[in-house]
Design a protein around this ligand. Structure first.
Ligand code: GLN
Ligand code: ZN
Length: 772
């Protein structure tokens, strides 16, 4: 018989209990024992839920108080020296110190946390393990064993999830001297072996070892095939009665498929949503005796109900080839990346709600598919028919289509995605209009979101404040921010974004085709969760979204005020996106909406418009072979949004990361007049990419790291600017912070911006001195 399996369940709780309890613990309002108890309750509730809906293979050790990669680092004792750990079990204090750092005063005070980085192409962030060349490992936490035993006490037999040894090393980074992390494999494997023995003793009969790296391009160090073979030979030796399932997701295995099938393990999980072609590849390979396949047919990365009949066809095909006994039916990946339960939503309209499946519903789908496979379609005929009807109803719904938008997009020619003249020509027109000094100063958009502003928006939302009063208060805030910038002497001003809760949500709320949930939270990192909007239908802009605020800001001052918009790629990337058409098509619709807004801002007399694309890079496919395709449509969408303006209208963009080397051509291809980027932390190192490529347009490398509460002095900023001047043309340079200021306080913002303006002035004087 086929079995219904799950790879991982969201940890945060239906009402974000995990966040509330951990934050209370951090504030000292909850004892350690109570926090542990809260975790235990969540785990039990989630195991029972999975059992209730009919999942046979229920994961354990997928729970985490902060992050599962951090958990794994603790299991193997990879705890950097600075945390003062001297062996033995890792305390909760040490655990959270690794996640959040330890506070401390003065230079050298405090202990920095592990670095945080994105989990593949998701919006989940994990803590990066640190390894030294002389790294030693030891079994320092038995969390996987305890959680198995805990579930067993409730009569639930689970399959513990661990990060596989090769991927674990690849997820970390070398500290101290540079070396190949895989050199540590031989030292790491005995710890995994010891863990497996301990799990076996506790009664474990199956484990899931996640090796997402199997689905990636080989790293610069070279192919990993040999590392997998060595690792799994060692694990097989220690596994005893435990059957190991190697799990992959987010991409296809391609060149690694043969390697994976030859590992001495009991089975393999494949993501057939992201890489459905793997089934055909698999059918061409002989399967080892008794080898099981876990087939990820239900999308673990998106919120739509599955087309169960289509899934079933895939499963039946596999069953014909190998027999049902060898099949596990599963979501494509851990359900960590979707919200918990759609039945909690009370304000979504029933039609839309009927299209959605969150974690709980996805497991119901898995269970149903498993039954259909085992007992035949007739056994669940009613449920299948209902699903087919829903899928068909969604496809036919009039709410999906906006013919006007489609017609407009179909009519656009290539000139719509190109500004008619080159930057150097536009630049003169813009300078004639704006009259900016050399090294012009500006900020990235938001000013501090004070408690007062947040309260204001919340009261308006709850209906406690009428529109007139709300708008007057926002106008007051805009005026304050404009006056402040004038007083500080900035050249291109912003309105400060006080009306925006979030840079995607704000636009989503003003666009057609978007829906919002009440409880659709997913973990971003630690106790930070996000509630992505859902793009369900054609995107259209019924009316201007930002023009009145920006026009008002501009009316207060003679200096140029920069209009501030979120770009199409970022709107796409930070939402759950409809799956009934290619992402690029949805992105084009978003781009058209933003293009209309850009043109309306221009018509309202705004001369500088910034389109933020902080998520441009993270949209890159995991496999490099698919990069060119993505970069082509993503930059076309950006250009569609920005090319409808006259020469004298200056287009800015902003990206807040510092890896540009491999996408610099695409960035230049966006043809923004000015790009502001994060640069201060790397000490302007990233500019090398811009130099090597001879970046043609203007650029504002950030000179103030706004992610840190530290206020840099003017001298330090001058030094960063001098470095930039050494590698770029002085007339290419803008002066600005790394990112928006919304998370900072005015105590930091005012002095830092004073220093920033002073630094720009110093450079102007130096430049004038050289000319004289
Ligand atoms: N304009 C936005 C702000 O200043 C940009 C935010 C971002 O880059 N993430 O807040
Ligand atoms: Zn930014």
């Amino acid at each position: 018989m086929a079995v219904a399996a799950n790879l991982g369940f969201p940890r945060i709780g239906a009402h974000r209990e995990l966040k509330r309890q951990t934050e209370r613990y951090w504030k000292g309002e909850l004892t350690e024992a109570d926090l542990l108890k809260a975790g235990q309750e969540l785990r039990l509730r989630h195991w029972q839920l999975q059992q209730e809906v009919g999942i046979d293979v229920i994961p354990s050790n997928d729970f985490s108080f902060y992050d599962h990669v951090l958990d794994m680092a603790c299991v193997v004792g990879a705890i950097p020296e600075r945390f003062g750990w001297t062996g033995g079990p890792v305390s909760l204090e040490t655990y959270f110190a690794m996640a959040r750092g330890r506070p401390g005063e003065g230079p050298g005070g405090g202990v920095p946390a592990l670095e945080l980085t994105k989990w593949f192409d998701t919006n989940y962030h994990y803590l990066v393990p640190e390894f030294r060349r002389d790294q030693q490992f030891q079994l320092a936490s038995r969390k996987p064993v305890y959680e198995f035993v805990e579930a067993q006490a409730y009569g639930i037999v689970t399959r513990p999830v661990l990060i596989g040894p090769v991927s674990f090393l690849m997820l970390g980074k070398a500290r101290g001297s540079a070396f190949n992390r895989l050199e540590l494999l031989d030292r790491l494997l005995p710890v995994y072996q010891e863990l497996l023995s301990s799990l076996a003793q506790a009664g474990v009969r199956g484990v899931q070892l996640d090796e997402p790296w199997l689905a990636l391009d080989p790293p610069p160090e070279g192919p990993l095939g040999d590392a997998y073979r060595r690792a799994y030979a060692a694990l097989a030796e220690a596994a005893g009665p435990i059957r190991i399932l190697v799990a992959t997701y987010f991409e296809g295995l391609e060149e690694n498929l043969a390697t994976a099938l030859r590992l001495p393990v009991a089975g393999l999980h494949l993501d057939l949503v992201r890489a459905p072609h793997q089934l055909e590849q698999l059918l061409r390979h002989p399967l080892p005796d008794g080898f099981v396949l876990s087939l990820g047919v239900v999308d673990g990365r998106n919120v739509w109900k599955a087309d169960l009949t289509a899934c079933l066809e895939v499963l039946e095909r596999a069953a014909r080839a190998w027999g049902r006994d060898r099949i596990q039916v599963a979501p494509s990946c851990s359900l960590l990346h979707v919200p918990l339960d759609v039945t909690l939503e009370t304000s979504l309209d029933p039609e839309l709600k009927g299209w959605l499946a969150f974690a709980r519903q996805k497991l119901e789908e898995v269970a149903l598919l498993t039954r259909a496979l085992n007992e035949g379609r007739e056994a669940v005929a009613e449920a299948l028919a209902a699903n087919q009807a829903q899928v068909a109803a969604r496809r036919a719904s009039s709410r999906l289509r906006n013919e006007a938008v489609r017609a407009r997009l179909a009519q656009l020619g290539p000139e719509a995605t190109r500004r008619p003249t080159p930057h150097r020509v536009r630049r003169e027109a813009q300078q004639a209009r704006l009259g900016l000094p050399p090294f012009p100063t500006t900020t990235i958009g938001s000013f501090p979101q004070t408690a007062e502003i947040r309260r204001l928006r919340a009261r308006y939302r709850r209906g406690e404040l009428d529109q007139g009063a709300y708008e007057a208060a926002i106008r007051g805030e805009i005026e304050r921010v404009i006056r402040l910038q004038e007083e500080l002497g900035l050249d291109v001003l912003v309105h400060g974004e006080p009306e925006r809760n979030d840079m995607v949500e704000y636009f989503g709320e003003h666009l057609e085709g978007f829906a919002f949930t009440e409880h659709g939270w997913v973990q971003s990192y630690g106790s930070r969760y996000v509630k992505p909007p859902i793009i369900y239908g054609d995107v259209a802009r019924p009316r201007p979204m930002t023009v009145e605020w920006i026009r008002y800001a501009q009316s207060l001052t003679d200096r140029p005020v920069k209009g501030m918009l979120t770009g199409p790629v970022t709107l796409l990337q930070w939402s759950f996106v409809r799956d009934d058409q290619p992402r690029e098509e949805t992105c084009r619709q978003l781009a058209l909406a933003i293009r209309d807004e850009v043109q309306d801002l221009e018509a309202a007399g705004i001369g500088v418009i910034q389109i933020d694309e902080p998520a441009f890079r993270e949209g890159l496919p995991l496999r490099r072979a698919r990069w060119p395709e993505y970069l082509a449509w993503a930059s076309e969408c950006f250009r569609l949004a920005t090319s409808g303006v006259r020469d004298e209208t200056q287009i800015h963009t902003h990206m807040c990361y510092s890896e540009f080397n491999d996408i610099i051509e695409a960035i230049a291809g966006l043809d923004a007049d000015v790009i502001s980027i994060e640069a201060s932390r790397s000490g302007m190192e990233l500019l090398e990419a811009f130099v090597a490529f001879r970046y043609p347009n203007q650029i504002g490398p950030g000179i103030w790291d706004i992610h840190s509460p530290r206020v840099p002095g003017a001298e330090e900023m001058v030094e960063l600017l001098r470095r930039a001047v050494r590698v770029l043309e002085p007339d290419q340079l803008w002066v600005n912070p790394d990112c928006g200021l919304k998370t900072r306080s005015y105590d930091e913002v005012i002095p830092a911006l004073r220093h920033l303006v002073a630094a720009a002035r110093r450079l102007r004087e130096e430049a004038a001195g050289q000319e004289a």
